[in-house]
Design a protein around this ligand. Structure first.
Ligand SMILES: Cc1ncc(COP(=O)(O)O)c(C=O)c1O
Length: 421
């Protein structure tokens, strides 16, 4: 039996309607920007495997550190114990996080990172005897697939079976510059009429909404209003974190800093699953009490898994290195030059870029998961490029370590696509 047949026997894949989906492609190896398939074909990973492997797949600096850690301390309960990898990670991460972040709470993935962010916001008020129980979120946001995360996501098109169990959420549009005043006045009205505990947002780039970008000044104003009202600002940097926007975190573009931050994906450089929810001293202090019930009674078995912490430390060491910072600058420039080249093409519209994230829309009408989208995906794969169009949006979010030659290959396959569709 080949891998596909064995896969189909017992496996249920994420985000997949198996009755109508093509069979999964067996991948046997990954190195740098390349995914190697069982049949010998190769694919350039233009989305860093959902924005995780930002320092290239199987980066030897990171795998070496993790392998050594695995020989020494594999796993230990983090409730009542601590260890060097967790402590060192806290020290290294605090150095690059916005200055007000002080405490780290470990979890397993992006959804649990935001789930805990929401719980922190709600319990922050509950602990102070307040009845604030409503979350505020952006329209078309995506924060994950657990219940709290689904509730605040505005893009949960297939969440019908669960909606009646959601927490209460109000939504505002993203600020685009021209609508900033309108959004802020809408926000002020909602705040004055509702018990808003917190505001959760993907800062500057909404990934799942097809790399929709918004205005930093507008977001800064929204954060200011929320903070004046003591609504807990929860930045979901699961996608935007760790250098992708051109700064360490998208929150670095705003003067008003989040009270809580949710991190995952590139946190562990694509090696091991882990999430983190960080917060300011003010949030932490609202849980610090002689009363045990005021604590955050949330805990995952694999919290602060030592090899995962080690991968994260190694990832941060690379992120702050001169070499990676130069590569980020080079990718930004390269995308700008490509954008200049295609900007007047009649099929290209809504071009946008922040840091190494580059996106544009194909000027054709199509459904998010429809047949044409599948043809675009096939075009890329047939040409050895793994890009995952979101509806009519084509975007690149490649590893920082991608070479200019590899980038040129992605650009040229995109240009072919513009002629073909
Ligand atoms: C902004 C954002 N938040 C949360 C999540 C959920 O992360 P995970 O898939 O690790 O649960 C994602 C995943 O794509 C995301 O992009």
């Amino acid at each position: 039996m080949n891998l596909v047949t064995r896969d189909q026997k017992h496996l249920w894949h994420p985000l997949t309607q198996h009755k109508i989906s093509p069979e999964a492609l067996p991948i046997v190896k990954a190195k740098g920007s390349i995914l190697y398939a069982e049949d010998g074909s190769e694919y350039l990973d233009g989305i860093a495997s959902w924005y995780t492997a930002m320092y290239g797949h199987c980066n030897e600096y990171i795998t070496g550190k993790v392998a050594a850690q695995m020989q020494n301390l594999d796993q230990v309960v983090f409730s009542g114990f601590t260890h060097e990898p967790a402590v060192k990670l806290s020290e290294e991460l605090i150095k690059i996080l916005p200055g007000n972040q002080q405490k780290l709470f470990f979890n397993d993935n992006g959804s649990t990172a935001t789930e805990i962010g929401i719980k922190m916001a709600l319990q922050y008020h509950h602990n102070q005897g307040s009845s604030r129980n409503v979350m505020l979120a952006f329209e078309e946001g995506f924060h994950g697939d657990t219940f709290g995360a689904m509730s605040v996501s505005g893009l949960s098109v297939y969440n019908g079976a669960f909606e009646e169990h959601f927490i209460e959420v109000l939504r505002i549009p993203v600020p685009l510059g021209e609508n900033n005043e309108e959004v802020v006045s809408q926000l002020k009205k909602l705040i004055s009429e509702n018990n808003i505990a917190g505001f959760i947002y993907e800062p500057l780039v909404q990934g799942a909404a097809a790399m929709k970008m918004h205005d930093a000044a507008g977001l800064n104003e929204i954060l200011k209003v929320c903070k004046e009202h003591d609504s807990v600002c929860v930045a979901d940097e699961v996608m935007t974190g760790f250098g992708k926007t051109g700064k360490y975190f998208a929150s670095d573009y705003m003067e008003n800093k989040p009270d809580v931050m949710c991190l995952s994906k590139a946190l562990t450089a694509g090696l091991l699953p882990m999430g983190l929810t960080t917060c300011s001293q003010k949030i932490y202090d609202a849980f610090y009490d002689d009363d045990i019930s005021k604590g955050l009674f949330h805990g995952h078995t694999y919290s602060a898994n030592p090899p995962a912490c080690t991968a994260a430390i190694a990832g941060i060491e690379l992120l702050v290195s001169e070499e990676i910072q130069q590569k980020i600058k080079a990718i930004i420039k390269s995308h700008q030059a490509f954008d200049e080249k295609i900007k007047d093409h009649p099929k290209v519209t809504n071009r946008r870029q922040l840091g190494v994230i580059y996106a544009f829309d194909l000027n054709v009408k199509m459904e998010r998961y429809g047949n044409l989208r599948n043809q675009l995906f096939k075009h890329f794969m047939d040409n050895g490029i793994f890009l995952r169009p979101l509806g009519n949006t084509i975007y690149i979010l490649a590893p920082f370590t991608i070479t200019q030659l590899e980038l040129n290959k992605i650009y040229s396959v995109i240009e072919d696509l513009l002629e073909k569709f």
